[in-house]
Design a protein around this ligand. Structure first.
Ligand code: 5GP
Ligand code: ZN
Length: 112
């Protein structure tokens, strides 16, 4: 399968890894929108949050279990924002489920 984030988690495309376990890979966004901008992905290819099912939900939960560890390692003691874009209207550009973890500054109140 031709998927950018699958290639990144397999090490075929280099990335700045910040976290990895059996189920999850996290790396710095190439075009950061905040001082800390990490993409957290399941190692299993799931196209988006719209493809979450009862079956793959445990893998998605692993992503959320990793997030507090990554946030702590990045020093985000004042909080952070999680975003997962879905599809065309959501401006998703990479069709592999990913959670943007943004922080390191006071973020705007605007969400769209
Ligand atoms: P989306 O728009 O799908 O929610 O987010 C995709 C994100 O992936 C964007 O923020 C973009 O900057 C990031 N991105 C795209 N290509 C690469 C890449 O090759 N390496 C890394 N580290 N990030 C990428
Ligand atoms: Zn993929």
């Amino acid at each position: 399968m031709d998927c950018l984030f699958c290639a990144i988690k397999d090490g075929q495309i280099p990335s700045q890894k910040v976290y990895e376990d059996e189920y999850v890979y996290a790396f710095r966004d190439i075009n950061p929108q905040a001082p800390v901008h990490v993409l957290v992905i399941p190692k299993t290819h799931i196209p988006s949050a719209d493809a979450v099912t009862e079956e793959n939900a445990p893998l998605v939960a692993k992503v959320f279990c990793a997030i507090p560890k990554i946030a702590a390692a990045e020093g985000l003691t004042n909080g952070y924002r999680l975003i997962s874009n879905v599809g065309k209207d959501g401006c998703q550009t990479v069709p592999h489920l990913h959670v943007h973890l943004l922080g390191g500054m006071k973020l705007t109140e605007k969400m769209n």
